[in-house]
Design a protein around this ligand. Structure first.
Ligand code: GLC
Ligand code: CA
Length: 544
């Protein structure tokens, strides 16, 4: 079956689309410096076309000192030389388009790098025109304006003695927050967005977008009072084209706020990345992890699926560059169950309403990694290790948190082949490659018709050929069952049953009568024995 190519000029085309996230640093290196690059992505477009995806969300490739792997941008209109040149980027856009793939860039609009020209100017004096592009408060260098903490450790305020002022940063010291109350600053951001639209980029993922309306003095980060006003202006000024797709990262989103973000009139964004499902297996902080209680996950999905039906649009994801690998998290990454549990999780997510995002390597069932602390590159991991060990935590307990939740789990290089360097690099990789690349790799997956890869490919085809995935109403079955996640999707004409066994046991399951004997669209066990085997998943379907 050849890929179905969507008409991308129309509002809403993304509702039938599947996206793929690339973390450029770890995708494909072509010049043996151990770091992935744009030419590497170009060289792998055929692979992505084979998978059948419609668009790529590219994590940041703009010029950056890389304190936070590109989420600290020092020039919004330049490509970081580490990744290649502007003409490489132009070629990537054109080559992707030839294969029916749209490129979506990552926009980091809440903050920039302390090496950005604006910030360097701002440091020159209170009267500098760029000074007010940032958030400053007078102070003495001893007591910060308030108690706010930065996500990557320490106070959210850093003192600049020459100015007698503190600047505000929600993330690292090197990521000063931009002052969205300043219209001149906003206009500059819109200009740089237009620069990329004119180059042919088809849309944007907006980094921590619910934090742009922050009110530093009141310690408000997400959901500030002017947030929606800012988003509406951004949409008017920077995204006037109907076909541009925009997805906002919003850790603080609820069903109600998501309805506003993704309103059908296109006044803000196309859809949101919300994280309620991703926070169910943790305590107050992500490092305080606990087992997932499946009925909580089911209730969470029900709330979102029913809440946004006809009133907004969600994204569907289980992984990204900030999250651990899902097969190690909610599946089972031992050799016996890895493949089936990876397919089961994909079935659960891809059966729902929303736009699926596959994170690089997810389609291979790539797993978490365990490294000695000094081999981790992530600023967040190094920071939590320092903070928690200094506060008296046992290093082993801190490492257990890092193994389970650290961001570098997702950032190890893409596993293309069984060879040294995993087909990712001929040099020394910037972050260690997972040792299991000898058997978990794209080459092996492409040679095996039963691989996780081909299962994802089939899920993508099904989504595009069956309307029920796009518009069917969601009903949860057996909400209290702690091991089986089953739900139905229905339109007037199409009916879908999705059943997923989250356990390594064989369990009884009664197929609802109306689905008995009907077509199996996809499943991870080839024969049709009764009962649900370990990590079994299936989709049953009929038309009326
Ligand atoms: C987002 C990004 C993350 C980054 C942070 C600060 O959450 O996904 O990688 O560190 O924003 O920009
Ligand atoms: Ca390189």
């Amino acid at each position: 079956m050849s890929n179905i190519i969507l008409d991308k000029s129309k509002h809403g085309w993304w509702k039938s689309a599947v996206f793929y996230q690339i973390y450029p640093k770890s995708f494909q290196d072509t010049n043996a410096d151990g770091i992935g690059d744009l030419r590497g992505i170009i060289s792998r477009l055929d692979y992505l076309q084979e998978l059948g995806i419609d668009g790529i969300w590219l994590s940041p490739v703009c010029q950056s000192p890389q304190v936070d792997n590109g989420y600290d941008i020092s020039d919004y209109c330049a490509i970081d030389p580490m990744f290649g040149s502007l003409s490489d980027m132009e070629e990537l856009i054109v080559e992707a388009e030839k294969r029916g793939i749209t490129i979506i860039m990552d926009l980091v609009l809440n903050h920039c790098s302390d090496q950005h020209f604006w910030f360097l100017e701002a440091l020159k004096g209170r009267d500098n025109p760029y000074h007010d592009f940032f958030i400053w408060r007078d102070g003495d260098g001893v007591t910060p304006p308030n108690e706010m903490k930065a996500t990557f450790g320490g106070s959210a305020w850093t003192y600049v003695p020459e100015l007698g002022q503190y600047y505000f940063h929600q993330f690292a010291v090197e990521q000063p927050d931009l002052n969205w109350d300043n219209p001149a600053m906003r206009a500059e951001l819109y200009k740089s967005i237009r620069f990329w639209v004119e180059k042919g980029v088809g849309g944007f993922r907006l980094d921590v977008i619910d934090q742009i309306g922050k009110v530093a003095d009141q310690m408000i980060t997400a959901n500030g009072p002017r947030l929606h006003e800012f988003l509406q202006e951004l949409s008017r000024e920077a995204f006037p084209e109907e076909g541009l797709v925009t997805v906002g990262e919003a850790w603080g989103a609820t069903v109600d706020s998501a309805k506003i973000y993704s309103a059908e009139d296109g006044s803000e964004l196309s859809m949101v990345f919300q994280f309620q499902h991703m926070c169910l297996d943790q305590g107050p902080e992500k490092w305080d992890f606990k087992p997932l209680y499946l009925p909580d996950l089911k209730a969470c999905y029900k709330n979102w699926q029913q809440g946004l039906h006809t009133e907004g649009w969600n994204s569907l994801f289980l992984n990204n560059h900030d999250l651990p690998r899902i097969v190690s998290r909610w599946g089972n990454d031992c050799d016996e169950h890895r493949v089936n549990s990876a397919k089961m999780l994909a079935t659960m997510a891809h059966g729902m309403q929303g736009t699926p995002y596959i994170y690089q390597g997810e389609e291979l069932g790539m797993t978490n990694i365990r490294l000695p602390i000094e081999e981790y590159a992530d600023i967040e991991i190094q920071n939590i290790y320092r903070e928690r060990t200094a506060a008296g935590w046992h290093p082993e307990d801190v490492m257990a948190s890092i193994y389970a939740r650290g961001r570098d789990n997702a950032r190890t290089p893409m596993q293309w082949t069984a060879k040294d360097g995993a087909g990712f690099t001929q040099g020394k990789p910037w972050l260690p490659i997972n040792g299991n690349h000898t058997y978990i790799n794209a080459e092996a997956a492409l040679a095996d018709p039963d691989s996780v890869f081909y299962y994802y490919k089939k899920l993508i085809e099904l989504r595009k050929s069956h309307e029920v995935f796009r518009s069917g109403w969601f009903e949860l079955l057996d909400p209290d069952n702690e091991k089986v996640f089953a739900y139905t999707r229905d339109t007037e004409k199409e009916h879908l049953l999705v059943v997923c066994n989250f356990s390594g046991e064989t369990l009884p399951f009664d197929v609802p009568e109306r689905f008995c004997g009907c077509e199996m669209l996809i499943g991870n066990y080839s024969d049709g024995e009764p009962g649900l085997r370990p990590y079994e998943a299936a989709m049953l379907y009929y038309r009326t």
